[in-house]
Design a protein around this ligand. Structure first.
Ligand code: MF3
Ligand code: CO
Ligand code: CO
Length: 275
């Protein structure tokens, strides 16, 4: 049996294992945090070009978050050293910003999580660096569509498994591999909370979705096999077969008749190309 916990605003900050059901105060907080996170990604668009280092991107993310009154939730999180994750080509997720220079033809996921006025806005997008091969662009398109199909399945009365099933059906139709080692997650006042949102599954399985649930949908899709390995740095996850990987992420809240996407791009830069 799934446990739910109705949030009134008076309870201590906890990661209890129960799925939290938030009220209007939570929606207001997530709307602000989600919008700020999306604006930070929007601000990167002119900078993600051949020749820029991932550290320079990280510096901009840090600055743009502080300018909005927030802080990067990833900085110092379990020892992570970045204000964002930068995952290039065969890097699946959790790439650490550093001296790596972006080059023509790269695809890169930039994942930002802002902590603003007590709430987390977590979102990522793919960026195309210069002229990108059609094979890579197709992966990026399908991965975006996977996330959007997952979002379309996120409504009351459906189950968590319906989200994974929608994503899986579309990815497998394109013969891509769906990463199983990482998943979406509940979030709110807590960065990573219950439930786990897996990106493959069977319809009708898992907890029932109820109004007030907040979670991310963040499928990682590989051209090749789903298997990943984590490098010596303890963070960088790469495809074992070295094929390209893509990811998009939105933070959503279940409403009475569907879901609200907290991290939509105010500039309309939800899906590349952005110009
Ligand atoms: N933002 C990532 C997520 O979607 C989490 C990154 S944790 C980090 O859940 F430490 F790697 F930054
Ligand atoms: Co996330
Ligand atoms: Co994220």
């Amino acid at each position: 049996m799934t446990e739910y916990q109705v949030i009134t605003g008076a309870e201590p900050l906890s990661r209890s294992g129960a799925i939290k059901l938030h009220g209007p105060e939570g929606f207001a907080g997530m709307r602000r945090a989600g919008r700020a996170a999306a604006e930070v990604l929007d601000a990167l668009v002119p900078h993600v070009r051949p020749g820029v280092t991932t550290q320079e991107i990280d510096d901009i993310v840090h600055r743009e978050m502080l300018a909005r009154g927030g802080v990067p939730a990833t900085l110092g999180y379990r020892g992570f050293t970045g204000s964002c994750c930068t995952s290039i080509n065969h890097v699946v997720c959790h790439g650490i910003p550093g001296e790596r220079v972006l080059k023509d033809g790269d695809i890169v996921n930039i994942d930002v999580t802002i902590f603003l006025d007590g709430w987390h806005g977590d979102t990522s997008r793919m960026f195309l660096v210069g002229d990108v091969p059609v094979k890579a662009k197709r992966l990026v398109d399908v991965t975006y569509e996977c996330m959007m199909l997952g979002i379309a399945a996120a409504k009351p009365g459906h189950h968590l498994g319906d989200i994974g099933a929608a994503i899986q059906a579309y990815a497998e139709r394109h013969r891509y591999g769906i990463v199983r080692d990482f998943c979406g997650h509940g979030l709110g006042r807590v960065f990573h909370d219950a439930p786990e949102v897996v990106h493959a599954g069977r319809p009708g399985t898992g907890p029932e979705l109820r109004p007030g649930m907040f979670f991310t949908i963040e499928p990682m899709i590989n051209i090749g096999k789903p298997a990943v390995k984590v490098l010596e740095d303890g963070w960088t996850a790469v495809t074992r077969d070295r094929t390209l990987s893509a990811q998009f992420e939105h933070s959503v809240g279940i409403t009475e008749d569907g879901c609200e996407v907290f991290t939509k791009s105010p500039a309309g830069y939800d899906k590349p190309p952005y110009s």
